[in-house]
Design a protein around this ligand. Structure first.
Ligand SMILES: Cc1cc2nc3c(=O)[nH]c(=O)nc-3n(C[C@H](O)[C@H](O)[C@H](O)COP(=O)(O)OP(=O)(O)OC[C@H]3O[C@@H](n4cnc5c(N)ncnc54)[C@H](O)[C@@H]3O)c2cc1C
Length: 489
């Protein structure tokens, strides 16, 4: 079999009996050199295993290196303390559990939060530097070198009933959106200081099984197919599937019209390989989605309405929650009402177009084609309460609450079909134990097969509850657990 150039289906594992030549052998074979794979390899190596890391690109990084690099950590990290914030494991756990909503995997939430301080220390021990500076503005990432920020709905009305809010997004010390690249450069240097065997330009094609146990992998390398044997385990850390448009159309059709963000490696191959070996893939319909109306925070003072002229969200919520609700409105039509005080040139990413301008809400309603009395009633109610510093319908915080009473008024189009930027990536993937052991649909463990990061259904489960940092936090922490478990097998 080895040495041919036959096209293999990732969903069809090979039988070890058909392999006439093993190209190489190792203890733990990690596939994918992004955040999850780097951490799996480092932890498996630290546990005493011989580790080989295979990556289809010509360098390390994956989507992790393209990311802003925020990592969701808490419970009282040294950075939180240095910036004067109190946090506890209990508060973090209550928040993260709410964030996952009814999709929650409680054992995963518990492990992640209870080990958060240990994971912080481990990242620092690998060379990751965090800068003890807090950024408090309304933004998608810290705009300069600050390492700490609020990154989700921690200060939301419902969330505050459950736990004390604390900023938990920890960005490695780096300028603006360079946190992910800095993180990966650091982890790559840590790996280079070990004898982990790294191969680039090497694409995993399909798993190799001996009975019901995964024992290796067929790869394409140097233009030929080669079989690699893994004595203890194969760890799939191949990212998600947002770049595989057929898979998105099939499993996550809600994301089809969004703008896919990620590396070309997010092609679903890890998930397909796992499914081929009998794994369950869960939460496949869910994904991160965003529409960006801040920075600046001025538009948080605006009012989102649907085509019925009704409000549907507190406009100071995290952008992913906002986008989730925008996509839930009828015909996915959403607009923002602003007055002349808060209108600025559309913020840096979104460039929402002005569709109507008028001197009164009644005129705006008529000219934009809303039903008579709909939009104007919404705005009258909003303004009446805002004058009293209240938002009884959606609980926008006082920080962003003010009546819109400075005409002219404008209506901005935030509908997905307006061409506005709706970045998206997938949350669904292989079902695993918290130690990365891949599970079948009936809950059996597939021997020899592990997975972590966006190849799995991990910690982040919904756009509605998502906070920046939950993906890299999940990939790095559960990557370590998967690597350790594979090494111990
Ligand atoms: C612009 C942007 C900003 C983001 N910002 C943040 C943020 O601030 N915080 C946060 O938590 N999340 C953020 N995310 C999401 C986050 O970056 C990812 O979800 C996370 O990094 C995924 O890590 P991973 O290790 O699972 O995958 P990756 O980092 O993508 O690694 C997977 C690797 O596997 C390789 N691979 C794939 N298939 C194969 C194969 N068959 N054979 C060999 N190799 C293969 C890929 O080439 C890739 O290198 C952001 C995403 C984007 C796109």
């Amino acid at each position: 079999m080895a040495g041919t150039t036959d096209k293999l289906d990732p969903n069809q594992p090979l039988s070890a009996a058909d392999i006439d030549h093993w190209h190489a052998e190792t203890d733990v074979l990690v596939i994918g050199y992004g955040g999850a794979g780097a951490c799996a390899a480092l932890q498996a190596h630290a546990s005493g295993a011989a580790v080989t890391l295979l990556e289809l690109a010509s360098g390390s990084g994956g989507t992790t290196a393209l990311a802003g690099g925020q990592i969701y950590l808490g419970g009282g990290t040294p950075i939180q303390q240095a910036c004067g914030f109190e946090d506890s494991v209990e508060a973090m756990e209550a928040y993260v559990r709410t964030a996952a909503g009814h999709h929650t995997d409680d054992s995963r939430v518990q492990a992640y939060c209870r080990d958060s301080l240990e994971h912080y220390d481990w990242l620092v021990s690998q060379g990751v530097v965090f800068n003890p500076q807090f950024y408090g503005g309304k933004h998608t990432n810290t705009p300069e070198y600050q390492s700490l920020a609020y990154s989700g709905n921690e200060k939301g009305h419902a969330e505050q009933q459950l736990s004390q809010p604390a900023p938990r997004a920890h960005k490695p010390k780096a300028h603006w959106e360079e946190g992910g690249a800095t993180l990966m450069a650091t982890l790559t240097a840590a790996i280079a200081a070990t004898d982990i065997d790294v191969h680039f330009d090497t694409r995993a094609l399909t798993l190799i099984c001996e009975g019901d146990t995964v024992v290796g992998l067929m790869v394409r390398q140097d233009g030929e197919q080669r079989a690699w044997r893994a004595r203890q385990g194969v760890v799939l850390c191949c990212g998600g599937f947002i770049m595989n448009r057929d898979m998105v159309a099939r499993y996550a059709p809600r994301l089809v019209d969004g703008t896919p963000i990620g590396s070309p490696g997010d092609n679903g191959s890890g998930i397909l390989m796992g499914m081929g070996a009998g794994a369950a893939a869960i939460n496949m319909h869910e994904g991160f989605v965003s529409v960006i109306w801040y920075p600046s925070g001025e538009f948080c003072k605006g009012v989102f309405v649907n085509e019925q002229g009704n409000r549907f969200i507190n406009e100071d919520c995290y952008h992913s929650r906002g986008a989730h609700h925008c996509l839930n409105q009828s015909n996915r039509k959403v607009y923002m009402v602003v007055d002349s005080d808060i209108y600025t040139e559309p913020p840096m990413y979104s460039a929402a177009q002005v569709v109507e301008v008028a001197e009164t809400f009644a005129d705006l309603e008529r000219d934009a084609g809303f039903a008579e009395g709909s939009l104007s009633a919404t705005m009258d109610t909003y303004n009446r309460y805002a004058e009293q510093g209240q938002d009884p319908l959606f609980h926008k915080s006082e920080e962003w609450l003010r009546p819109l009473n400075k005409p002219p008024y404008a209506l901005l189009d935030f509908s997905i079909d307006s061409g506005i930027y709706y970045p998206s990536f997938t949350f669904g993937g292989l079902e695993t134990s918290i130690d990365g052991e891949v599970q079948t649909p009936t809950g059996q463990t597939i021997k020899g097969l592990y997975a972590a990061g966006r190849t799995t259904a991990g910690l982040p489960r919904t756009a509605e509850g998502y906070a920046s940092g939950m993906s890299i936090g999940d990939a790095t922490y559960f990557g370590r657990r998967a690597g350790r478990a594979a090494a111990a097998r």
